[in-house]
Every structure is written in structure tokens, then in C-alpha cells.
Ligand binder design. Structure first.
Ligand SMILES: Nc1ncnc2c1ncn2[C@@H]1O[C@H](COP(=O)(O)OP(=O)(O)O)[C@@H](O)[C@H]1O
Ligand code: SF4
Ligand SMILES: [Mg+2]
Length: 371
């Protein structure tokens, strides 16, 4: 599969220590049991008062300096997770810890501190930049809002514009309509970097760009991360892009994490039937199919009334009765303790006919997947 990735790194990642998040005693970010249900207010289908289970018990850690990729079909809860991490919306349940400090709550980290340390970059669109702001104003805006003097904000804006490859002498006084999509997205990245955050949440940050521009922006993101020692959470529906940039990956389905592990493990030996279907679909290889082609047979169930037990069971070729009765826990399987999936067929003694015998050898599971 590696050879199928068309993007080439301009600046190979410097040899870095492999990140073993299980042994990382002080992850940069720790998320535990994050949950967000949206209450529907109106609608003509009698759904008022019903809840969309957008994010339902999501837990993960991000080690300092790593890139965690988050992948899954449209609507699986990726953006809601990002908005919860930024506290743009309040979680119903769950805990977010940044460098050992709780975010929010009575004695927790303030939102002001959180947003200095964590910044969000969205998909490029005209709406992401104020049409009446020059690029220097746009990038400096957040700094001035933080009380920094105008001249200093301008100096810093020029500095970060340069960092993202936009020569200030040419670009600082331009308006959004004078820039290409790739240049606008560089400005979005510069704006996020202006406050010197340590973690960038990149939500579909390259998804609207042409392939060649996408590769340039991805390489820029890698270069900036290495230069500034940043940590990334990189959210995308595009499997190839996630594989290219990530150290570890988190696969989401209908508000739940279904698989997580080192990126090469997950891509070469996926355990969860959903991950295997996603990878087999090669969703993003053909740009004309890239946007939202369904990678898995069958309709995506409604997040208002998701299936009982395993949420993937209505589309899973291996579904059995245990799958509707009990929700499978996210558990390590195979030969890498950092590689986990939530599937009864992988859990010894789960009652699924494909499950390995309790105490059985991991090698009895072909390719770490349900047989
Ligand atoms: N403010 C909202 N009110 C109601 N439902 C929402 C709201 N925001 C998101 N959702 C729903 O939550 C689910 C997850 O959405 P989202 O996090 O945007 O998914 P993704 O980013 O993976 O495409 C979807 O079903 C979406 O329609
Ligand atoms: S738990 Fe059952 S339905 Fe869910 S992915 Fe595994 S085999 Fe399929
Ligand atoms: Mg989204």
C-alpha cells in the first residue's frame, strides 16, 4: 500500500524516537470518556427532542511531538471531537487533560490558557478569512485581542507569514480574494501559529486543496512541526493523507473509536472490519471520488438511534448475536500492545465464533483480523 501514496515528502522527518504512548507517562493531551450528544430542536420528522450521539465515550492520548491522525467517514464525530478539545462546545461527559492539567472546571486550566496552547485550523474556505482584513491584520488579530501592541502584532504576523512560505513584502497587505486556495490555507496556518501554540488541531486542513497544492501544504506542516517541536492532531476523511503525516491513527465510526495504533500497523494489519473496509476502498485515490463516496456497503445508521452493541454490526459481514448484545471494548490484539480494536471477533472468549480461544496464540488470528 505504501507505494500507492502519491505524495512525496520534501523534508523527510528527522530520525525521531518511536512514540510508545502506552509507556508515555506524561502525554501532552489525554482525553477520557469524551461524550457529546446534540439535542435536536426542530425538524419535520418528529425528531425534536431526540439526541444525535455525535461523540460517545472517546478516549485517547497524544504524546508530545507526535502526530495523531483521526480518520473516519463524514459524520463520525471528528469535527465534534476537535471542537470539544478546543472547548468551542461543552462536553456532556469526559475529561481533557493538557500537560497533566484538567481543562475547564473549578480549578482547571482556563479557556484563555487552553487557546494559547491549542489552536484549530479548519478546511480552507473563503469564509475562514475576513474579506476586509489584509493578511497581516488577519494573522495579527488574535494577538491584538490578547492585548499585544499593534506594532508587535504586525512584527509577529510578518514572522509567521514568512514561516508558512508567504513573503511578507508580497503578501502582508493582500486581501483574501487576491490569494489562491493554497495561499489562503497557509494564512490559516500562520494565524494559528501566531500565538505560539504547542498543539495544532488540523481539521480537514488540506481537504479542499488540489493534489499538488495539498502535497506542498502537507510538507509545510511537517517542516513547521519539526522546526517548532509541535504536536498535531490531524483529522481527515482521506486515508492516504493520514497515513502520510501520522505517527499513530485513531479510526472513528458513529461517534466511537473502533481502532487505534501505530499508523503502519493499522494500515498493514487492520483488525476491525470497518478499518479493513475503509483501507480496501482506497477512498481517496481517485480525486473525483474523494469527497464523500461511501467506502463500506450499506447505509450509515442514524447517529440518533445507533445500533445496539457494536455500532458497525448493521454493515459488518462478521456480525453475530453477541455483536448486538454487547458493545465490544477497545482492546489490544495481535503482537503490538499499542494496537487496539473494538471487535468481538478479536477478543478471546467473547462468544464470537471467530474469536481466538482464551489464552490462544495471537498468530491464530490471520493478519490480526477476524478470520
Ligand atoms: N450542532 C449540531 N447539532 C446537531 N447535530 C450535530 C451538530 N454538530 C454535529 N452534529 C452531528 O453530529 C455528527 C458528527 O458530526 P461531525 O463531528 O461534524 O462529523 P465529521 O467531522 O466526522 O464529519 C453528525 O451526525 C452531525 O450531523
Ligand atoms: S463486533 Fe461484531 S459486528 Fe462489530 S465489527 Fe466485530 S464482528 Fe463486526
Ligand atoms: Mg468534519
Amino acid at each position: 500500500m505504501k507505494g500507492e501514496i502519491a505524495i512525496q515528502r520534501e523534508h523527510p522527518t528527522p530520525a525521531s524516537e518511536p512514540v510508545d504512548t502506552l509507556s508515555a507517562t506524561r502525554p501532552f493531551l489525554r482525553v477520557q470518556g469524551l461524550k457529546k450528544y446534540f439535542r435536536l430542536r426542530g425538524g419535520s420528522f418528529g425528531l425534536a427532542g431526540a439526541y444525535v450521539q455525535a461523540v460517545d465515550g472517546v478516549s485517547f492520548v497524544v504524546a508530545t511531538g507526535e502526530t495523531l491522525g483521526v480518520v473516519g467517514e463524514s459524520g463520525c464525530g471528528k469535527s465534534t471531537t476537535a471542537r470539544l478539545l478546543m472547548r468551542l462546545i461543552e462536553p456532556d461527559e469526559g475529561q481533557i487533560t493538557l500537560q497533566d492539567r484538567n481543562v475547564g472546571g473549578h480549578n482547571g486550566m482556563s479557556l484563555r490558557t487552553l487557546r494559547r496552547q491549542v489552536q484549530l485550523v479548519f478546511q480552507d474556505s473563503y469564509a475562514s478569512l475576513n474579506p476586509r482584513h489584509t493578511m497581516a491584520e488577519e494573522v495579527g488579530f488574535g494577538l491584538i485581542a490578547q492585548g499585544i501592541k499593534r506594532a508587535e502584532a504586525r512584527r509577529r504576523a510578518n514572522e509567521v507569514l514568512e514561516l508558512v512560505g508567504l513573503e511578507p513584502a508580497i503578501f502582508a497587505d493582500r486581501y483574501p480574494h487576491e490569494l489562491s486556495g493554497g495561499q489562503r490555507q497557509r494564512v490559516n496556518v500562520a494565524r494559528a501559529l501566531a500565538l505560539s501554540p504547542q498543539l495544532l488541531l488540523l481539521d480537514e486542513a488540506v481537504s479542499s486543496l488540489d493534489k499538488s497544492v495539498e502535497a506542498q501544504v502537507l510538507n509545510l506542516l511537517i517542516e513547521i512541526k519539526n522546526r517548532l517541536n509541535l504536536t498535531y492532531v490531524f483529522i481527515s476523511h482521506d486515508l492516504n493523507v493520514v497515513r502520510f503525516i501520522s505517527d499513530r491513527v485513531l479510526v472513528m465510526y458513529l461517534g466511537k473509536v473502533v481502532e487505534t495504533g501505530p499508523v503502519e500497523k493499522v494500515y498493514t494489519a487492520p483488525g476491525h472490519p470497518y478499518t479493513r473496509a475503509l483501507i480496501a476502498s482506497r477512498l481517496s485515490m481517485d480525486p473525483s471520488r474523494r469527497v464523500e463516496a461511501a467506502p463500506v456497503a450499506g447505509d450509515l445508521p442514524s447517529p440518533i438511534n445507533p445500533p445496539s452493541g457494536c455500532r458497525f454490526r448493521t454493515r459488518c459481514p462478521f456480525a453475530e448475536s453477541v455483536c448486538s448484545l454487547r458493545e465490544p471494548p477497545l482492546e489490544a490484539f495481535g503482537d503490538d500492545p499499542a494496537h487496539s480494536a473494538a471487535c468481538h471477533a478479536l477478543i478471546p472468549g467473547s462468544g464470537h465464533s471467530r474469536a481466538p480461544a482464551p489464552g490462544g496464540e495471537p498468530s491464530t488470528r490471520a493478519n490480526g483480523a477476524p478470520k
